[in-house]
Design a protein around this ligand. Structure first.
Ligand code: ATP
Ligand code: MG
Length: 450
């Protein structure tokens, strides 16, 4: 009977993490990349967490070459790095029909180690948060976990502070009362309750060193967006005989503005008006009710997107290594969201699927290359198949098409006419171009194009 070795067994998450650490500690101190791919629910995020746990554990109790424990790394760094997961999952994961804890963003986490193998910290990059979910989610699905955690887990003081008045809901559970959380029936998660989820998120935020004021401002923004989703519009006729939107209940806008920390009048204008600038002249157009609803949801997406990026940058500040020059080698782990195909697919989903497809090609390229090299070593005759060249041509044309579509897509989805977030159209376009070039260069990097 043959013996089980790493070459005749399938890939195993601990074996891969272990090999990665050994390579980093080898003579050449080679940095590593681990790409975790698979369809939604396959276990990518759980595997990423196992890799992180394994590597951070080795990096905090490093065993020297002579077998003696050389020096214990900083335990608090390990805790912080691992505690980044509950925070990112609260803000970037949601329940879907396939997975109760589906990642709706891509994540690349780089763990940095010293020459002696001690963990120095981590750097997290995120990609393509699914913003469509903020305004709409299908039956049986949910919006981002943090909304449900706050609504179900808030204590009496928080309920008062965030204006979650049970009395106003006519007996409907808060999560089903709010428009942004109730569209899919607000199912609970199977593995833990949302009340517990809030506990995990708060614990993680505190272990990052966030004080209560900072935590409260984050939760206020989350509550503010929930109230923003409650703003509805009535239709009235203006002097020119056009149907225009008016806010049905002005108290809700007051509520949302207070929690979001923005000027109430500006928020009202952002919801009801569009400003067109032609030849330096600003023209205010009053929106029809359906357009005002789009405007409300676009504002929510923009604010939540900015909040998510801010949360990631704050997490990074807590976990990043102090001196770049101390990092001798690193392991990067890529946990991308899974391929999915819904009954109705947004352009955003197309982008997600495209990225996955690109990653799959990358994976194929290496596997086939390795297989071919093995055949050559064993002198087995097989026809030579150049996988890289085949995919390169199709990706080059696809990437160009996607560049153009991304550009349009960003303009369409960031329907911010308030001037609060983007002061001028020129700045807005420059920002969009910058973001698009970031995404495209990342796609090119992943596909080895250009
Ligand atoms: N190694 C594991 N041990 C225990 N449970 C697991 C493991 N891997 C996956 N699971 C279970 O499967 C669920 C889905 O896993 P995970 O969230 O990692 O999937 P995913 O591939 O990241 O999906 P998505 O693309 O939707 O983010 C987990 O919530 C957990 O219940
Ligand atoms: Mg995941």
């Amino acid at each position: 009977m043959g013996q089980a070795t790493s070459s005749n067994l399938g890939p195993h998450v601990y074996a891969i993490a272990d090999l990665s650490y050994r390579q980093m500690m080898g003579q050449e101190r080679k940095s590593q990349s681990i790409l975790i791919s698979g369809e939604s629910g396959a276990g990518k995020t759980e595997s990423t967490k196992i890799v992180m746990k394994y590597l951070t554990t080795l990096g905090t109790a490093h065993i020297g070459d002579d077998g003696a424990e050389e020096k214990a790394g900083d335990m608090s760094i390990m805790t912080k790095v691992l505690q980044s997961n509950p925070i990112l999952e609260a803000f970037g994961n949601a329940r879907t029909l396939r997975n109760d804890n589906s990642s709706r963003f891509g994540k690349f986490i780089e763990l940095g180690f010293s020459r002696s193998g001690s963990l120095l910290g981590a750097k997290i990059q995120t990609y393509l948060l699914e913003k469509v979910r903020l305004g709409f989610h299908a039956s049986g699905e949910r919006n981002y976990h943090i909304f449900y955690q706050l609504l179900r887990g808030a204590d009496d003081d928080q309920k008062k502070k965030y204006n979650f008045h049970d009395g106003d809901t006519h007996g409907i559970e808060l999560v089903n009362y709010f428009h942004y959380t109730g569209q899919g029936g607000a199912p609970s998660l199977r593995e833990f309750t949302d009340e517990d989820g809030l506990g995990y998120t708060l614990k993680a935020m505190r272990s990052m060193g966030w004080d209560e004021t900072k935590i409260d401002s984050v939760l206020s923004l989350v509550a503010g967006l929930l109230h923003l989703g409650q703003v509805n519009f009535d239709s009235v006729e203006n002097d020119a005989g056009q149907e225009i939107a008016v806010i049905s209940d002005p108290r809700i806008v007051t509520n949302a503005a207070n929690l979001l920390g923005v000027d109430e009048e500006k928020l009202r204008a952002a919801l009801l008006e569009r400003i067109l600038i032609t030849r330096g002249e600003a023209i205010t157009i009053q929106l029809a009710p359906a357009k005002a609803v789009d405007s409300r949801d676009a504002l929510t997406k923009t604010i939540y997107g900015a909040l998510f990026l801010w949360v990631v940058s704050e997490v990074n500040k807590s976990v990043i290594w102090q001196n770049e020059s101390d990092v001798r080698s690193s392991t990067g782990v890529l946990d991308i969201f899974g391929f999915e195909c819904f009954a109705v697919n947004s352009f955003e989903q197309l982008c997600i699927n495209f990225t996955n497809e690109a990653l799959q090609q990358q994976f194929n390229k290496f596997i086939f290359k390795m297989e071919q090299a093995e055949y050559e070593r064993e002198q087995i005759q097989v026809s030579n198949q150049d996988w890289h060249e085949v995919s390169k041509v199709s990706y080059m044309s696809l990437t160009k098409t996607y560049y153009r579509r991304f550009f349009l897509f960003c303009i369409i989805t960031s329907n911010d006419n308030s001037g609060i977030l983007f002061p001028s159209l020129t700045t807005k376009i420059a920002l969009i171009q910058f973001r698009v070039s970031q995404v495209v260069s990342w796609l090119c990097l992943m596909t080895n194009v250009g």
